[in-house]
Design a protein around this ligand. Structure first.
Ligand code: BMA
Length: 847
């Protein structure tokens, strides 16, 4: 969404208004400072050193005045007389956050009240040759919401700490606070702004459709124009290229301001979700041509050729809920996405790429853009297209009632939906539209309670308004009204939105419901689109927002960076049941990460074993928007928590896992394959005592069918339990592919780790430098343990680093190689000095 300062053809000219502005506070203290657009008030005040870092300690509390104030952005710009020769002069705003009045030379040209919409205004009567002034005034979203609430209050929250009344305003809900996010109410010109002068006609929209047959795809483009009147003699041309080589073209005249183009692509290269195949992206250009063949306007996008369906049909367990790409059913593996920064405009392409590549490195193929945040920037979806990350896209409604009885609100939402659907619908990654997050719960919709939406109001918004826009603008894409959702044709959405027999489910019995991890194994839901467990970020991240004396989980500042009411209590409570009490702060923090990883591993392995009954697991949540204790697997600095490393194992295409049966003394071993073809593999197991003494071992050759989960062996451990006790056994599993490489490992036990008498693992590290093409150094660290080591992790004390694996269990006398990529170049000596290797036992034996 960036702009060049000026672009010009005979038919159009744009003048970017991004860049340097002035900012002034209109109420309160009257602060003023230079400003950058796109941006936000907080970012400008920060750059001017007028406020401290809002994330540090509890600075947030002292910055509430920003959201409570009105603000004025102002700049001047020059316009030459030639601009007035164009027939249309328009202001284009890709995003205004939120209650904006735009004046050009003191004339009001636009009033906006929805940060998710694109706004345009006619400037013909406002612009003048020479120097012009533009002012964008933002009224306080906090005051507005409170005033609307005073007139009509509605349910706005549940367990989320957030400012009241914000269901009345079309602005990023979590900006007002959430159970992982601070209250930093932003304002500003958050996306590009420009003037466009143009003649004749422009391409308003291009709607694509694909028909797939064996060996060919028919691609149709319906193009509509906005014009100044006569479009006689204009025509359209389409060109489709792959890696710069044209593969199809078409042209057509215009009729009634729109045109149809269609091409057939023989032997198409299909786009696949990550893990199932490649992501070829064709470059599509639609050009609007004058009667003499001059290009008036063009529309260029990269598209993928694929079918992507949601299959909901009767089966032996109720009704399926799964995705099918190009005819292949696939298991959706992924996580939920929240805005990656409280101050969204400072995110770069690299920030998005880092998080999304991390998702792919953990074998994810689906990301759910959760409905309490944003319709993301174009670059987010472009990267998802490139990586094969399917996007489950919520519309931005979450955890509250909304005023669907209000005609102006509904009209505003209709325009918002149309804008974003038209912007995003060409993306190959876009798998499904979803009306909202968690509104089908009793505390948001119900009769005879003025705080709630009535069912009729809910249906008017999510069963009628949104689907009717989608029917017109994006009819080929699946839509569900809510997540979680029980389709009314199969069950009762109001009584049980988490019906295990159909639809998707949000499963919070573990964590919010305080059930033990074992609860997950009682769940047979069809698609688990939310479930999660919290942890603390690592010590380096905590150091960024605390003073040394605050590094205790119950200190005021640590509790301030915990927004889930029962958060720290639950982390510690679960720790009591699974682990020995950790010694000291750092060990508590690291152990919380191991615990979080274990919880989600427990869930995902179970649901992968349930395939095809369960066909999706998207954990809550991938990322963070500030440094905080939360459910994320990657913290706000991009640091992978233990969960992310563990996800790389439990989401691997081939997974070996085991289910212990304490009563029978057995371990049932499963293999889950997401591969598209069948493959040979070897299962190996070893039963040892906790001190490493080998009791038995074995192996079995397997032929794994594609896309399936199978029970492959039952290991009988009863005699060992009788001889040594269930606290003294470890069952090590591994799966080797046809080339002899270990593709999956796992460890099963009959008791929780707190009751194991683990020995010091005595790990020895051998370090070798790996030559790399970049100037980043990389190292191969080979670890060998003398005794069984549970949840071994590596850390560099002074640098960030990514590890090929981390937080894994080490069998005695079995070397394990880890690739270490420090964020900055290190000498061997520095690496040696900085490398810390710890394991579960250290969390309770070392300070
Ligand atoms: C969910 C989400 C969020 C919330 C999370 C953790 O259900 O939809 O609203 O942050 O749980 O409580």
């Amino acid at each position: 969404m960036s702009d060049k300062p000026q672009t010009m053809t005979a038919f159009s000219r744009t003048l970017s208004l991004n860049g340097d502005w002035q900012l002034r506070q209109l109420t309160g203290g009257g602060a003023s400072c230079p400003a950058r657009v796109p941006g936000s008030v907080h970012l400008d005040l920060l750059a001017a050193d007028a406020i401290p870092d809002p994330f540090y300690r509890d600075n947030e509390n002292r910055l509430m005045w920003i959201g409570e104030s009105d603000w004025l952005y102002r700049r001047t710009f020059e316009v030459d007389a030639a601009l007035f020769e164009f027939e249309r002069l328009e202001l284009e705003c890709e995003g205004l956050d939120t209650l904006a009045t735009v004046r050009v030379n003191d004339r009001v040209v636009l009033q906006a009240d929805n940060m998710y919409r694109r706004w345009t205004a006619d400037l013909r009567n406002a612009l003048q040759p020479g120097t012009n002034t533009i002012e964008v005034e933002f009224a306080s979203a906090v005051r507005y919401s409170a005033a609307r609430r005073a007139v009509r209050a509605m349910s706005d929250g549940g367990c989320n700490i957030r400012l009241p009344g914000t269901n009345w305003i079309r602005k990023e809900p979590c900006n007002f606070g959430w159970d992982w996010g601070p209250i930093c109410v932003t304002a500003g010109i958050w996306r590009p702004i420009r003037i466009r002068a143009w003649n004749c006609a422009r391409i308003a929209a291009v709607a694509l459709s694909q028909q797939h047959q064996a060996g060919s795809v028919q691609l149709a483009a319906h193009t509509s124009l906005t014009g100044t009147g006569d479009t006689a003699g204009l025509s359209l041309a389409l060109s489709l290229a792959l890696h710069g080589r044209e593969v199809a073209r078409a042209s057509a005249p215009l009729a009634d301001g729109s045109g149809e183009l269609s091409v057939s692509i023989e032997n198409p290269r299909l786009w696949w979700p990550n893990g199932l195949g490649d992501q070829p992206l064709y470059e599509l250009t639609v050009t609007l041509l004058s009667p003499t063949g001059l290009a008036i306007d063009s529309w260029q996008r990269r598209i993928g050729l694929r079918t992507l369906e949601l299959i909901q049909q009767p089966d032996e367990w109720g009704h399926s809920f799964h995705f099918r790409c190009n005819g292949t059913d696939f298991y959706a593996k992924g996580a939920n996405w929240i805005p990656n920064d409280v101050f969204q405009p400072r995110l770069t392409r690299d920030d998005y790429a880092d998080r999304l590549i991390s998702a792919v490195q953990a074998h994810m193929n689906m990301i759910r853009v959760w409905g309490g945040g944003l319709y993301e920037d174009d670059v987010f979806y472009q990267i998802c297209d490139e990586l094969g990350l399917c996007v489950w896209q919520d519309f931005m409604f979450a955890c509250s009632a909304y005023p669907a009885f209000d005609a102006a609100f509904m009209q505003n939402v209709r325009a918002e939906v149309a804008d974003n659907v038209a912007r995003l619908r060409h993306h190959a990654c876009l798998a499904i539209w979803c009306g909202n997050n968690e509104l089908e719960q009793w505390h948001h919709v119900g009769e005879d309670n003025p705080l709630l939406m009535t069912r009729a109001e809910y249906c008017a918004l999510f069963d009628e308004l949104i689907p009717s826009v989608l029917q017109e603008l994006d009819p080929q894409r699946p839509y569900v009204p809510s997540s979680e959702h029980t389709p009314p044709e199969f069950g009762d959405r109001w009584k049980n939105p988490d019906d295990p027999a159909c639809g998707d489910a949000h499963l919070w019995s573990v964590w919010h419901g305080r059930q033990p991890f074992e609860w997950y194994r009682t769940s047979f839901h069809r698609f688990c689109s939310e479930f999660g467990f919290q942890s603390f970020p690592e010590p380096k991240t905590i150091a960024s927002f605390t003073l040394p004396e605050e590094r205790n989980v119950t200190s005021y500042v640590m509790e301030h960076h915990q927004r889930s009411g029962s958060g720290n209590r639950l982390i510690i409570d679960y720790m009591l049941s699974w682990y020995r009490l950790p010694s000291g702060f750092e060990n508590t923090v690291w152990l919380s990460q191991i615990q979080q990883g274990m919880a989600i591993k427990y869930a995902v392995e179970h649901w992968r074993r349930q395939r095809p009954r369960c066909m999706g697991a998207l954990y809550w949540q991938l990322n963070d928007c500030w440094p905080v204790a939360s459910w994320s697997s990657i913290d706000s600095f991009g640091r992978w928590k233990a969960l992310h490393y563990m996800a790389r194992e439990f989401f691997a295409p081939l997974l070996v896992s085991g289910v212990e049966d304490n009563a029978a003394g057995t371990v049932e071993v499963f293999v889950s394959s997401d591969r598209s073809a069948s493959c040979p593999a070897t299962l190996r197991w070893q039963v040892t005592r906790v001190d490493g003494t080998l009791l038995s071992h074995g192996e079995k050759s397997l032929e794994l069918p594609p896309q399936t989960s199978l029970a492959v062996a039952t290991l009988k451990c009863q005699p060992f339990i009788e001889q040594f006790s269930e606290r003294d056994l470890l069952i090590w599993l591994s799966l080797t592919d046809a080339d002899g490489a270990i593709v999956s490992r796992n460890l099963v036990s009959f008791c929780r780790p707190k009751h194991m008498a683990l020995l010091p693992p005595d790990i020895v590290a051998d370090i070798a430098e790996i030559s790399t093409e970049s100037d980043q150094s990389a190292w191969r660290v080979t670890l060998t343990a003398a005794n069984p080591a549970l949840w071994v992790w590596l850390e560099l004390s002074e640098s960030d680093a990514r590890f090929s694996h981390n937080f894994f269990c080490l069998e005695p006398d079995t070397p394990c190689e880890i690739r270490v990529a420090p964020a900055r170049r290190l000498t061997r000596r520095q690496l040696r000095e900085q490398l810390r290797i710890r394991s579960l036992r250290d969390t309770y034996t070392a300070e």
